[in-house]
Design a protein. Structure first.
Length: 150
């Protein structure tokens, strides 16, 4: 496909320069470890909330070598951030789960399934070579539809 307008590689009309950016706001919780890195714990844009959590506790520590505990901590962190926006795990529509070794797959999956037993969200799972910390075995990126909650 050939672009008909400059700056629109996919051939679409592209954003109108007069369109205001979608409003967004950050969400944080005192129940979740606050990284010193420059990113929000969660972001709400429109009716959606985007949350990415690792299995670190409030002190930023990981349960070393324990994929089950790290997965539960990830989900607890996601839950805490959702609750700040008046939402719950039932509002999650998609998760991407990262594990650093195939051996962590089954323990992660058991904990994940126990927490998303009713109407589990769409999920993509990836085995990756590493995450931000060498102690981090599991990371979960979740998208929730807030509807009237947010």
């Amino acid at each position: 496909m050939t672009s008909t307008r400059p700056g629109t590689a996919c051939g679409g009309a592209g954003p109108d320069k007069d369109d205001p950016p979608m409003p967004k706001r950050s969400v944080s919780s005192d129940r979740v470890y606050k990284s010193r890195l420059p990113f929000a714990q969660a972001t709400i844009a429109g009716d959606f909330m985007f949350v990415c959590c690792v299995g670190a506790d409030l002190q930023g520590k990981y349960a070393i070598g324990d994929a089950r505990r790290q997965t539960q901590q990830c989900i607890d962190n996601i839950r805490a951030l959702l609750e700040e926006a008046g939402a719950s795990l039932k509002d999650v529509v998609k998760c991407t789960v990262y594990v650093t070794d195939r051996a962590y797959w089954e323990p992660m999956n058991e904990v994940y399934c126990a927490n998303f037993a009713e109407e589990p969200p769409h999920r993509v799972s990836c085995i990756v070579n590493g995450l931000g910390s060498p102690d981090c075995l599991v990371e979960i990126d979740a998208t929730a539809h807030l509807g009237k909650a947010g």
